[in-house]
Design a protein around this ligand. Structure first.
Ligand SMILES: Cc1cc2nc3c(=O)[nH]c(=O)nc-3n(C[C@H](O)[C@H](O)[C@H](O)COP(=O)(O)OP(=O)(O)OC[C@H]3O[C@@H](n4cnc5c(N)ncnc54)[C@H](O)[C@@H]3O)c2cc1C
Length: 481
């Protein structure tokens, strides 16, 4: 294999999305995945949030996920249901779809785009110098690239080997999670006791999904014997548990990488942040990290933009994960059953239940109201571009349709001659739009005369009748010319 420009450690959802984004931008990359088989066996996400569906819409693949999953209102906090139905988005809901399926759809798409994936090989070391990074592989081979991105999960080798700190809090809760067969008829559904919540349910394969809360924080390999003992402790029987597909453990350990970039090493997805699964953020964050990073890495390796563009990846994405980690920490705290926590929970429920805070919380948890801090300006600046149906020379088209190839778009709604000049990669489109500009949480905003939409769908510049600031914005996002 010729040396790629970017090596991706890990072919989970984050690595697959990043690989696809880099290929769309025409960058040579390779995913190194230690798992031998194509399919994911370990459990994971139960669904996709609204912003992730919008991101997929921007790449023309949302229909694949919608055909496989079930739209539903999935969000909630402190037992308050957060309904997205009234939000101005094409996807005012979450999509119930297990990670095994989401990952398969992403993998198929990445393969269609020609992303090379080397399976059954691990990244075992790396060393960077002024011109590149040498990456050692478990099969004895090595690769050289310009950048290495650790998408290698919560126990990330890349993060540890780079010496990037992972501050946060130790676990207070620990669960065993398994899929197995039972010989006896169990007590189906959720059950709570002084230790915590336990659940038994049928899975798609006809086996039984088992979740039990451990007494204390479990350590060591989760085994069938441990699972059996935990079932007996909580249910009085292990129902003849046998033939597990997997047995794993998850906790509420919450940590976030202190930096998402160190020299030629970057981190994305679980490698950069781990937390309790309540709220269902992990995979969604990882996919959105990848979409934020992909076009920036592409611009830098092509020599169009300076390296400093990569620092905006940390500046934009670290606060988003930090904000959501707070919800997961709070959810665990509020799940305690002592009188004081119950009182606190009642107050939080009352506050979050108020119309305005319900709106704000739904905007944050769904990812629809993410605003990157690009400074003062029009409310669109830093927020996601709404997927409006605009009219261009060829007729009506959705903005998301203009973004399938992950190129930046300069939409000109005015009569002024707004153009991207020497930035050939930016597609300038003259459009008209007569409807309301309605943003989730914010509501209606003044119609802009022009917007520069970055490949990740966030607005990098807003024009209100003049070209003021456009050249600076183009240079800032896509490199000086
Ligand atoms: C019980 C549970 C429920 C969850 N529910 C949700 C949910 O509802 N919604 C949600 O969004 N998220 C949920 N998550 C979280 C979600 O599963 C993760 O956030 C997601 O898998 C992260 O994706 P990733 O690609 O960053 O990492 P991973 O999926 O962990 O992928 C990392 C990949 O890297 C590979 N790898 C590791 N080390 C190396 C190496 N040295 N070299 C090469 N390859 C390597 C691994 O084999 C793996 O395939 C849940 C997780 C759990 C455990």
């Amino acid at each position: 294999m010729t040396n790629p420009a970017v090596i991706i450690a890990g072919g989970g959802p984050t690595g697959l999305m990043l690989g696809a984004e880099l290929r769309l931008a025409g960058v040579e990359t390779v995913i190194i995945e230690k798992r031998k088989q194509r399919e994911r066996v370990q459990p994971g996400a139960l669904g996709l949030h609204a912003r992730t569906l919008e991101v997929f819409e921007q790449r023309g693949i949302a229909d694949r996920f919608l055909a496989a999953g079930k739209p539903m209102q999935v969000l909630g906090f402190a037992s308050v249901r957060l309904d997205l139905s009234a939000f101005p988005t094409r996807h005012p809901y979450g999509l119930s779809l297990i990670q095994e399926h989401s990952e398969r759809i992403l993998l198929d798409w990445a393969e269609e785009l020609g992303v090379p994936i080397r399976r059954g090989v691990e990244i075992t070391g790396f060393k960077e110098d002024a011109a590149g990074i040498d990456v050692a592989l478990s099969d004895g081979g090595s690769l050289r690239a310009q950048y290495l991105v650790g998408c290698d999960g919560g126990r990330s080798f890349v993060r540890k080997a780079a010496g990037i700190g992972f501050p946060g809090s130790d676990p207070t809760l620990s669960h065993l999670l398994a899929e197995a067969e039972l010989t006896g008829e169990p007590e189906w559904g959720l059950r709570s006791d002084a230790i915590g919540t336990h659940a038994l349910s049928r899975t798609e394969t006809g086996k039984v999904g088992i979740m039990v809360t451990e007494r204390g924080i479990g350590s060591g390999e989760p085994t069938l014997a441990l699972l059996s003992a935990a079932l007996i402790a909580h249910y009085g029987s292990d129902y003849g548990v046998h033939n597990p597909t997997y047995i794993t453990r998850f906790t509420d350990m919450t940590r976030q990488a202190e930096t998402y970039r160190q020299g030629r090493v970057l981190l994305a997805g679980d490698a950069a942040h781990i937390h309790y699964p309540a709220g269902g953020f992990g995979m969604n964050l990882g996919i959105q990290d990848a979409v934020n990073l992909g076009w920036k890495l592409a611009a830098v390796v092509k020599g169009a933009a300076p390296e400093v563009l990569l620092d905006t990846y940390h500046a934009e994405r670290h606060p988003v994960a930090a904000g959501l980690l707070r919800y997961t920490l709070a959810t665990v705290a509020l799940s305690r059953s002592d009188d004081r926590t119950k009182a606190l929970g009642a107050i939080v429920r009352e506050l979050v239940g108020m119309a305005e805070s319900r709106l704000v919380t739904a905007g944050r948890m769904s990812g629809l109201d993410i605003r990157y801090d690009f400074g003062e300006g029009h409310p669109l600046l830093g927020r996601r571009m709404p997927d409006l149906e605009v009219v261009i020379a060829d007729g009506p088209v959705r903005v998301s349709r203009l973004m399938h190839d992950a190129r930046p778009v300069l939409l000109n709604f005015g009569s002024e001659a707004v153009g991207a000049g020497q930035w050939d990669e930016v597609r300038t489109v003259r459009a008209t739009y007569d409807g309301l500009w309605d943003l989730p949480v914010i509501g209606s905003v003044m119609a802009p005369m022009a917007v520069l939409v970055r490949p990740d769908g966030h607005v990098g510049w807003v024009g209100q009748g003049t070209n003021e600031g456009l050249t600076e914005a183009l240079a800032n996002w896509f490199g000086p010319r």
